[in-house]
Design a protein around this ligand. Sequence first.
Ligand code: F1P
Length: 340
Amino acid sequence: EVLIDDAFHPEIFGEKAAEVFNDIHSIKILACGTSFYAGLTAKYWLESIAKIPCDVEIASEFRYRDVIADPKQLIVTISQSGETLDTMEALKYAHSLGQTHSLSICNVMESALPRESELVFYTRAGAEIGVASTKAFTTQLVALFGLSVTLGILKGHVDAAKQQSYLEQLRQLPGSIQHALNLEPQIVLWAQQFAKKSDALFLGRGIHYPVALEGALKLKEITYIHAEAYPAGELKHGPLALVDENMPVVVIAPHDKLLDKVKANMQEVSARGGELFVFADLDSNFTESEGVHVIRTPRHVGDLSPILHTIPVQLLSYHAALARGTDVDKPRNLAKSVTV
Ligand code: F1P
């Protein structure tokens, strides 16, 4: 409660935050893996709430480009471990080009990235037990939502009434997440079917596309099932060729402004015999039918919907991994901090 009341004060990002935020006109987010998907989600919030142009780039590629430096751009790095070498090198590269304004959003206190950054926000999710980042992701999203509203207030795009409504959304989030966690028994039944598959497709649109990416990555990381995520509108540009009765298609379909388009994309899948596993909310208005399975979270929660929908998607991978007998905490070939 205390944290939520302070959620939109610049100081929570560091003593100098107000000064830095007033000096910037755009944002570049650099991160890897799940943290990169948090950045992709944040782009929607930063542009719609704070009206600040935002670019999101995979950190491991950034330093190999001739970047045109912009000192009025805030570099935001996101990392669970705070030690990911590619993200660290990307930040150092930005600094070497004269981009001095930087904020790191990290889970591990006093790690390398915060030490290199001008501003720091610790997500304080507690230690991630497993290699795959899970709770760090949802807390990164909360931090990035807070950043978007804070910047929106400073830049004059969020008035007192809007600020209250964003605060209210945050206050309701823990209750909504508990509802999502309560869906576990239904998710276990889906997971048992996924455990027998060798491939899966994840679809989402708009702000829920990064949730689809996170779902596919988690499935790959802890079950070794091959999974791909696409913005649902991209299906017809290639991935539709993969769809048949053996390909489970997970759709993230809450009641957002793109829902009608998502429903049209789902029909394209059904028409090719694909089996749909839909994560929706009560307001999305789906009914189960032959080849269409639906799990519903409660009412649509607005801007924070990606945070809520991450929970069932991560649980699906977790239970599929348990059913396959893979090690959910220590997946093969992966390291907790990628420092090479
Ligand atoms: C980035 C990351 C994680 C992923 C895995 C490997 O780590 O790609 O998202 O789940 O653990 O590393 P970080 O920079 O967020 O610590």
